[in-house]
Design a binder for this molecule. Structure first.
Ligand code: DBV
Length: 257
């Protein structure tokens, strides 16, 4: 079946993609808002290549679902699907800097050597208690409940620390049935709770002063610069799609100010 996506809100139509339920959950929770599509060139809305060897061809699909609405600059999901051991759901909710809101980040990655699962409400101004106190005090109990059921994902780079909250849910799991159950029983409900909490924050947020919004904009710039310079998917995407496509995807689609 050929799916043509001519709009960032068109259905993804990626069959047997491990993260389809997560995508449906996102769309269902967002359905209370009036979503507008984002302008994304066709080449980034849907891209399929066949790589591997003639005997062992490997199809790789990359699709981007994205929207914007009041209070939100961009929500985008980078979706990658190949065989059963390559599936990525990378979500970023980038709020308007006129509201005191964190980013919502999820990186659910299945690779041949295991799953890497990251979920957080990432602060825009980590050292500012006005920005963090209310969010963290309500999110930390949710984090503790789910993280206690998961092995830790290990250290993250020192320079990345200022972009994460103390409620960073982070684990690595081997491939297999046991981890598939953990994804269904722990990662999915954690994702649902983090997202519902974010949407609560979004609904109750009010416009800040213009001085405050400039401060928030500076914080957002340093986060976006960090994510786009250090994107861990750069190597993989470059191997599949080449340098030009990958750099444009990272800088012009995934991480925009
Ligand atoms: N990560 C992205 C985007 C991806 C993506 C846009 C389009 O930011 C996928 C896809 N992440 C991706 C891939 C890998 C990782 C790793 C393919 C594996 C890279 C590899 O092993 O080759 C969380 N993601 C990682 C790592 C971390 C994160 C800490 C391990 C890095 C490493 O070991 O080098 N990304 C990081 C994070 C958020 C995030 C915490 C937000 C919640 O999106």
């Amino acid at each position: 079946m050929i799916f043509i996506r001519n709009n960032s809100l068109s259905p993804l139509g990626i069959e047997e993609w491990r993260w389809n339920d997560f995508m449906s959950e996102l769309m269902s929770q967002l359905s209370v808002f009036e979503l507008h599509p984002c302008e994304i060139p066709n080449d980034f809305l849907y891209k399929k290549i066949v790589t591997g060897s003639p005997r062992n061809p490997l199809e790789v699909i990359t699709s981007t679902w994205a929207c914007k609405f009041k209070k939100i600059k961009q929500i985008r999901v980078a979706c990658i699907k190949s065989n059963n051991s390559l599936a990525v759901f990378n979500l970023l909710i980038h709020p308007s800097h006129h509201y005191d809101l964190p980013f919502f980040g999820a990186d659910f990655v299945t690779l041949p050597n295991g799953h890497l699962l990251a979920l957080d409400l990432q602060p825009v101004l980590k050292a500012d208690i006005l920005h963090t106190n209310d969010v963290w005090s309500r999110l930390i109990p949710i984090h503790n409940q789910w993280q206690s059921l998961l092995p830790s994902g290990g250290q993250i780079p020192k320079e990345a620390e200022s972009f994460f909250s103390p409620a960073f849910l982070w684990t690595r799991l081997p491939l297999g049935n046991k981890s598939d159950r953990t994804i269904t029983k722990v990662i999915k409900p954690a994702f649902i709770e983090y997202l519902s909490f974010y949407i609560k924050l979004l609904k109750s947020s009010v416009k800040v002063s213009s001085e405050r919004s400039l401060q928030l904009l500076e914080g957002q710039k340093s986060y976006i610069t960090y994510r786009s310079t250090k994107d861990p998917a750069r190597g993989m995407l470059t191997r599949f799609y080449g340098k030009d496509w990958t750099e444009d995807y990272i800088h012009k689609v995934l991480f925009q100010i």
